[in-house]
Ligand binder design. Sequence first.
Ligand SMILES: Nc1ncnc2c1ncn2[C@@H]1O[C@H](COP(=O)(O)OP(=O)(O)OP(=O)(O)O)[C@@H](O)[C@H]1O
Length: 455
Amino acid sequence: MPRATPERPSLPAALARSYAGLGVASRSVLLAVSGGADSTALLVGTARVREALALRVEVATVDHGLRAEASEEVTSVVGLAARLGLTCHVRRLALSPGAGMEARARAARYATLEVLREERGLDFVATGHTLDDQAETLLMRLSRGAALRGARAIHARASSLIRPLLACSREDVLAFLATEEVGFVRDPMNADPSFFRTRMRLDVLPALNRAAGFSTVEHLATFARLASEDEALLAGLADAAWERLVLPGGGLDPVGLRALEPPLSRRVLARLLDTAGARVDHATLERGRDVVAHGGTLALSGGLLLKVTGGRVRCVGTERKLPPTPLVLAGPGARGDFGAWRFQVAEGLPPPGVLALVLEEGTAWPLTVRSRKQGDRIRTRAGHRKVQDALVDARVPAEARAAQPVVVDARDAALWLPGVLPRSAMSGAPSSAVACRHSLWAFPPASSERRTPPL
Ligand SMILES: Nc1ncnc2c1ncn2[C@@H]1O[C@H](COP(=O)(O)OP(=O)(O)OP(=O)(O)O)[C@@H](O)[C@H]1O
């Protein structure tokens, strides 16, 4: 099938360009390699260009403990890394099969990789996501109702995570591995039709390409990249509009909100609903804009109402649940509850299923566990992030956000959103850093299936 563009650089050349574009040259990177085609091409291709880029490279492979064949895959990755002269770290997890297994494995894997990256003093974790992953993700999100924000799909860089293969297609990957005569493993889960992604990869995209008469992945991926830039612009304008329209004492100026163009009024209204803890979807937003324009009342999730009252657009509670009472942790040994979560300041490895944040030497005690406040920001390696944005990206449902713990120090600086950020805070995984220092353990609510961090 003819490609969308005739001229394709070699995979190592495309990788070198990505690394340079991401500002990764002369830096250090931990390659996440499963032994599948994409990450094997990432490994071999990076080994080819590392000297020219003065890149320090190490490799990590994770055995989730879920499949018998995984130990063979680990052995093959270790062997390939050794042949390429690269140090390879093996991390073994002990996950149990069952509900949400894929998401749990992904969250544990990323947390493990992040801890290892920090331990090894490396700048980035690199994964083998490709153009095809981008196209599949975009189509999946659009078909589930995403608009421009969701169409941003996979980012080439998110904090310390990079995806340098994102400009290469799966076809490029397979051609490169064939030329290099390097084998790879095939994960049976990638052929399991019970996953939407598998059906998208094996049924929908090939059918779309056949109907178009050419490979569509590059066009789809370009759309995702442009959508990302467009969304960033709109989000900035919406933030500025929010600052203009938010009134002292809460609520928004209805006259100013009505005057906004629909793309901005939707975003500003979505922020109002989200801040109040209501679920935001397309239908609710359109009905909400109707209330802003013509008056009336809209029932929202979580027992909230949207109305224009007292010269302001507000979300008012009916039987809305109050956020849990803040919990103060005075120092080592302290423990207590925040809503359905339990916290304890302890030493050593947390038990399985318990999240832990390693506490720095100079931690400003006491720590407080409270619900989020407007304007909360959390420090990440890439700078500061709005807590609000981190919760949205982590897909914590709007109605659950008031119950999401925010751990702050004595200066009210947010240190931890258990299960959300930072990704290096993790669940019972082996880490020497956790073993020898004080850490804050968070026991998640037993009944809830926690959503996983994003990539
Ligand atoms: N067992 C593993 N060990 C190390 N890295 C892995 C492992 N599994 C996956 N990866 C890394 O993650 C990338 C994506 O893998 P895959 O598409 O299978 O993940 P996923 O579970 O679908 O989730 P996501 O795509 O969001 O990471 C791989 O290219 C590789 O870099």
